[in-house]
Every structure is written in structure tokens, then in C-alpha cells.
Design a binder for this molecule. Structure first.
Ligand SMILES: [Mg+2]
Length: 374
């Protein structure tokens, strides 16, 4: 059942979990000659990146993949890397490779009639601990603490809060207010909940400030601090690691296995974040997962996009010995709740692992059309 058609879809959608900000992704649809369809996603972020990735998928990679057996996932991944070697150590080529690789694994599961986790070595976990991954946008600390506590009341046992996000929250820019916020949230959610602070790209701290903030956060039992420094400030990270007790999480904006090999070896990251929709798909994620496990570090799927990335991340995480939490967005949203017939939800703080073949999701193509853009 060789590959017959490959098509890429740049999508644009409003994200209620990000202050209704418009977000962009690119999906790929791969169909075999007997009509089996696999889906993949790249988290391209901007419309021009979606369009550029679509060209790499349709004009660059599709011609060499048509006619191949999608079950040869590693051979196809290597062929894509080989084709893009001159321009592809990261960036647009990695988006294209990511989306196509995920679609191949989805197809492979559907062709063989087994869920993805069985292709990845089998489950280590039957269910995953759900973390509510939030971008608070309300203006006052009290309003935000109350909203976050309401998520916990719904069953979550872990909470991640994004600083530097859209809206009126202003988190990450005023140290005293940030400390008051963390204290208020800890009081509102209780002592038992794992609480993570995630610094977004607009926030810039240098290492002494990051050390000062982390030491303040230690008083409120913060589980990990995420991306407090620029990703490539490795000297800063080494100083931070030596100075604080809180776990350090980073890596969500890296691209390749080679990037992650260097990060893992550097040793300062307790939690390594990997997005299968950016860092070259399920094939690469699996290899990074092994690197982190052998280095006694944790891996965390940076899954904050569509249900396709969530599905890939749930299967991968179910097969990982070294995970802490699996992230979900709190509020219903188009790419999780419209795109697939059975959205991922937590129940009593846990996420079930899909058992249908491949990714285990059913993509509604009318929703793909609804949010498609040129
Ligand atoms: Mg993050």
C-alpha cells in the first residue's frame, strides 16, 4: 500500500487558551493507494512559516515519498533528512519532516491495525498524569489564582503557568508581583499540586535575576522553572543549576537530535522539553527520549497545539520511563475539540491512552477546510 497523495494545509485558528490570539499550524494529510489516511502536524507559529513548510512538503519531499511504503518510517525519515541536509538542520525543513514523520507513524499503525504505542515499544504507563498548562490573562492576582484553583478542582494534580503571555496578566516582568502571584496561587491550589513556572519568550532575565527568582519560588515548592534563560545561555544555566534546588526545564525550541544530544550532555536540564511537531517527529522524539532516560533526566512533550500533536505526545509519553506530567490546555478550543471526534480530556487527573490504530484519532476534514488559509 504505497503512498499516493501528500497534501499540506496551513491552518489559522483562534486560541481561547491564549487570550483568543490567532495561532498558526500546518497539517499534512498522507493517503495510500488503497485510501488509508495519516495525519501529521508542524507547530509553525506564523503564516509565512506554514506556507514555507508546505512548499518543502509538497514540492520538495512529496515527490520522493510517493510510491514508498509508509511503514518504513525510519528509512523515510532518513531520506527526508538526506534531502534537506543543505538547508535543514532546524527551521522550516524540520517542520516539514516533523509533520510527515508523524503522518507516516499514523499510517503505519492504521496499516498494521495497532495503536501507535505498540509500535514504540509498548506502554510503560496505562494512563498519564494530567497537567493543566495555562496562560493566565486576567489583570489581578486574585482573579488569576481563583481561575487556576478552579482548574485544580476539576481534577488536575499538576499546574503549569506561562509567564510573559498575551492579555493583562503581566506575569514575568515585575519580580515582587511575580512572587506575590506564586504565593497566592500556592495558597489557592494547596500544597499537594505540582506547580511549574514557565517563562515565555518575551521575558528576559539574566542569570543573577533568575537565581534570585528561583530562590524565592523555592519557598512555595515550585516543581520546575522553565526557560528562565535563553536556550543557548548554557554558561548561565550551569550557574543557575549550581545555585538552586528547583528543577530546570528547557529545550522546547530546539530542533534536532544533535541539539538534544548536546543539551542532555551539558547536564543542567532536569526536564528536557521536546515538541514532536517541531523537533523532527516521532522518530526523533523516540531517540531523544532514550538519550534523556540514559542520562537520568526527564522528558516532557511540549504539546500545546492540536489534537494531532497531543495524540503523538500521549503515545510517546506512555512509552517513556521518565516522564512527570502530560500537558493539556484547560479551555475548549478549535484544534483540540473541533478537529477530532474524541478530544483528549483528563478524568480525575489522568489522561487515557488511545487504543485505536495509529494515533488513535479521527480528524474531521471539514474542520481542516474551515480553518485553512493560503
Ligand atoms: Mg514552555
Amino acid at each position: 500500500m504505497p503512498i499516493k497523495y501528500i497534501k499540506a494545509f496551513p491552518l489559522r485558528y483562534p486560541e481561547p487558551n491564549d487570550h483568543n490570539n490567532t495561532r498558526y499550524i500546518m497539517l499534512v494529510r498522507v493517503e495510500t493507494d488503497d485510501g488509508i489516511i495519516g495525519w501529521g502536524e508542524a507547530i509553525t507559529m506564523w503564516p509565512e512559516a506554514s506556507r514555507a513548510a508546505k512548499i518543502v512538503v509538497e514540492d520538495g519531499l512529496a515527490p520522493m515519498l510517493i510510491g514508498r511504503d509508509p511503514c518504513d518510517t525510519y528509512g523515510i525519515w532518513l531520506a527526508m533528512k538526506e534531502h534537506t541536509w543543505w538547508y535543514g538542520e532546524g527551521g522550516i525543513a524540520s517542520f516539514a519532516v516533523s509533520a510527515l514523520d508523524i503522518a507516516m507513524w499514523d499510517l503505519k499503525g492504521k496499516i498494521l491495525g495497532v495503536p501507535l504505542y505498540q509500535l514504540l515499544g509498548g506502554k510503560v504507563h496505562d494512563r498519564l498524569r494530567a497537567c493543566v498548562s495555562t496562560h493566565p490573562s486576567k489583570p489581578t492576582i486574585n482573579e488569576m489564582a481563583q481561575e487556576l484553583a478552579e482548574h485544580i478542582e476539576r481534577g488536575y494534580t499538576a499546574l503549569k503557568v506561562g509567564f510573559g503571555k498575551k492579555g493583562e496578566a503581566r506575569l514575568g516582568f515585575e519580580p515582587k508581583r511575580d512572587i506575590a502571584f506564586v504565593q497566592a496561587v500556592r495558597e489557592a491550589i494547596g500544597d499537594e499540586v505540582d506547580f511549574m513556572v514557565d517563562y515565555g519568550h518575551p521575558v528576559r532575565m539574566e542569570v543573577t535575576q533568575a537565581i534570585r527568582m528561583a530562590r524565592e519560588f523555592e519557598r512555595f515548592n515550585i516543581r520546575w522553572i522553565e526557560d528562565p534563560l535563553r536556550t543557548l545561555d548554557w554558561e548561565g544555566y550551569a550557574q543557575l543549576r549550581a545555585a538552586i534546588q528547583i528543577q530546570i526545564a528547557t529545550g522546547e525550541d530546539l530542533w534536532t537530535i544533535a541539539d538534544y544530544r548536546r543539551l542532555v550532555r551539558a547536564g543542567f536540564a532536569d526536564v528536557v522539553l521536546v515538541d514532536p511537531g517541531r523537533a523532527e517527529g516521532i522518530t526523533a522524539y523516540l531517540k531523544v527520549q532514550e538519550l534523556t532516560a540514559h542520562a537520568y533526566q526527564y522528558i516532557d512533550a511540549h504539546a500545546w497545539s492540536s489534537a494531532i500533536i497531543t495524540a503523538a505526545s500521549v503515545h510517546l509519553t506512555a512509552c517513556a520511563s521518565n516522564y512527570i506530567i502530560m500537558e493539556l490546555k484547560p479551555f475548549p478550543n478549535p484544534m483540540q475539540h473541533e478537529l477530532v471526534s474524541e478530544p483528549f480530556e483528563q478524568q480525575g487527573g489522568w489522561i487515557a491512552v488511545p487504543t485505536k490504530p495509529g494515533l488513535g484519532i479521527e480528524v474531521d476534514e471539514s474542520v481542516v477546510q474551515k480553518y485553512a488559509h493560503d
